[in-house]
Design a protein around this ligand. Structure first.
Ligand SMILES: Cc1cc2nc3c(=O)[nH]c(=O)nc-3n(C[C@H](O)[C@H](O)[C@H](O)COP(=O)(O)O)c2cc1C
Length: 375
């Protein structure tokens, strides 16, 4: 299907001289520096394709456990990790684990699957993940973290960039910041091509703001090394603001893109010096929401209905009667339900609304429990 064309989707050089520079990660040209973040439970192929068609230039898959990748079989339910559509490049595959050896084996698998960038997760704050010495736990042990980066870089072919995703530390103690910079400096010395920094601590999880002043500090420390920023990117204006205020080379949109993939085309318009486009009309929304379901159904088959509810709830935020639509989409069980809700609530081409950024605040969202990633 055709979506409204994203302006200069494939022409990064077309950014105005005053706008942000095109993003490049190692040898991978990304272009427009507003990209789709890794989102466990969300950033599967269908979400990434929708984001790309509306202007995201790069997208990351949901985090995968190294152990899962080593043992995984090509079963139907694992397709979301092991298949990449031709249209879905460049795409990053993200790894999480505890043991340097297993990271290396997991990274090899991601390369075989066809991921263009291998990203290492040093940020997940889920209790169970930390308890198993994974994700954000590594920010407390720079030596192990750097061994993981080294072992991963060693096995990934030189033309494929390795990157890291970090929170700004375990907590607010000065020692945490020392660890953060030790890891970041060591990782660049080993040869990572970029780092994505989420300006919250692990202990903070999602409570309180992401500290953009810390992102500015990291970018001025990093100089020409590539830094992407993360945290509180809920509007297209916020994406540009983070780029301008912190100097980061790119920004990764996470919760702000769930149910609002138009954030990418709107950010592109702003970068082009245009006013913020009107929110998509209900027919434009219907076209995208239907297509998202169609793609998700191909991948998830009969599990699709319940899996799409969480997207439906967020899509509803762009509808003028969002409470009623949210209620209806939250109860969808199958395609017939989904089509019925669209036919009822999206039948007239009325103007949509921009989602209220407050829908994300205080949401108990976090990386999905690792059990969901098992084969
Ligand atoms: C539901 C959910 C799942 C996430 N999954 C991942 C993940 O798999 N890998 C990762 O690096 N970060 C993950 N994150 C963190 C986001 O990529 C991002 O850094 C964080 O949400 C801050 O951005 P935001 O405040 O704009 O949402 C997840 C966040 C949420 C809310």
């Amino acid at each position: 299907m055709q979506f409204r064309a994203a302006p200069h989707a494939a022409t990064p050089a077309a950014h105005p001289a005053t706008g942000p520079s095109p993003l490049r990660i190692g040898g991978v040209d990304i272009g427009f520096p507003v990209v789709q973040a890794a989102l466990s439970g969300y950033s599967d192929g269908p979400m990434r394709l929708i984001a790309r068609r509306l202007g995201a230039s790069y997208a990351l898959c949901e985090v995968m456990l190294d152990q899962f990748l080593i043992a995984v079989k090509n079963r139907q339910r694992n397709r979301r990790f092991l298949e990449i559509a031709a249209e879905d490049h460049p795409v990053g595959g993200q790894l999480m684990g505890a043991e340097p050896d297993q990271f290396a084996a997991g990274a090899r698998r991601l390369v075989e699957v066809g991921y263009d960038v291998i990203d290492i997760n040093f940020g997940c704050p889920v209790k169970k993940v930390l308890g198993r010495c994974r994700g954000g736990f590594h920010l407390s042990q720079p030596e192990v973290a750097l061994e993981i980066v080294q072992r991963t870089r060693d096995v990934v072919p030189a033309h494929i960039p390795v990157t890291v995703k970090m929170r700004r530390g375990i907590d607010d103690r000065p020692e945490s910041e020392d660890h953060f910079f030790r890891i970041l400096e060591g990782a660049f010395a080993i040869g990572i091509a970029a780092a994505t920094i989420h300006g919250r601590t692990v202990v903070q999880r999602y409570v309180g703001p992401s500290r953009w002043d810390f992102l500015r500090k990291v970018k001025s420390w990093a100089g020409s090394r590539i830094i992407l920023g993360s945290g509180d990117l809920f509007t297209p204006h916020a994406c540009l603001k983070m780029l301008e205020e912190t100097g980061v080379d790119g920004v990764t949109v996470a919760r702000g893109a769930i149910g609002n993939p138009w954030i990418f085309s709107q950010a592109r318009a702003l970068v082009d010096g245009q006013p913020l486009p009107a929110p998509p009309s209900l027919w434009e929304q219907r076209q995208v929401i239907s297509e998202h379901y169609r793609l998700a159904e191909q991948l998830h088959q009969e599990r699709c209905g319940p899996l799409m509810r969480k997207f439906g709830i967020k899509y509803a935020a762009l509808h003028p009667q969002h409470l009623e639509v949210r209620e209806a989409l939250a109860r969808v069980k199958c395609r017939a339900d989904w089509d019925r809700v669209l036919a009822q609530w999206y039948c007239e081409d009325l103007p949509g609304v921009h989602p209220d950024p407050k829908i994300h605040v205080g949401s108990n969202a976090t990386c999905q429990e690792e059990s969901d990633m098992q084969a």
